[in-house]
Design a protein around this ligand. Structure first.
Ligand SMILES: [Cu+2]
Length: 140
């Protein structure tokens, strides 16, 4: 190995070593990735001709890996968007989709139907696409 390549390799090794040391010993806990090591799986249902998600609140612990099986009971498309966790997926008619994210932050994070899906009367009340909302509640 020529001298030039030796120093290049040594420099790279030093950088990697510094990164490993930072992650292991120096990074403040508040900056570390949050993971509880647990996975929770829950079903959320877009009820047939109801323009709502059931349940409207999904509570998880901070750091949980969250798997949501989202059911569309309707004969037309819906979607699920959870902006904060980077979730946006279309739900074909009469189908179940699965979305996944890690609940890294404490707080309430809205989810909503991301596909304009019309409106109608449910239990005597007018409901619309814009009523299809809920939130992910992340607790300590
Ligand atoms: Cu919708």
């Amino acid at each position: 190995m020529s001298n030039k390549y030796f120093w290049l390799a040594a420099g790279i090794a030093l950088l990697i070593g510094a990164g490993v040391a930072y992650r292991a010993f120096l990074r403040p806990p508040s900056r570390a990735p949050v993971s509880s090591g647990k996975t929770v799986r829950q079903t959320v249902v877009a009820r047939e001709n109801a323009w709502l998600f059931d349940p409207e609140v999904v509570e998880v612990y901070q750091g949980d890996r969250v798997i949501l099986d989202v059911v569309n009971e309707d004969a037309y498309d819906h979607g699920i968007g959870i902006d904060f966790f980077g979730v946006s997926q279309r739900m074909p008619p009469k189908s179940t989709i699965t979305v996944e994210f890690t609940a890294t932050q404490l707080g309430d994070f809205p989810f909503y139907c991301s596909v304009p899906c019309g409106d109608g009367i449910y239990k005597g009340k007018k409901r619309t696409h814009f009523d299809m909302t809920g939130h992910i509640k992340v607790v300590p």
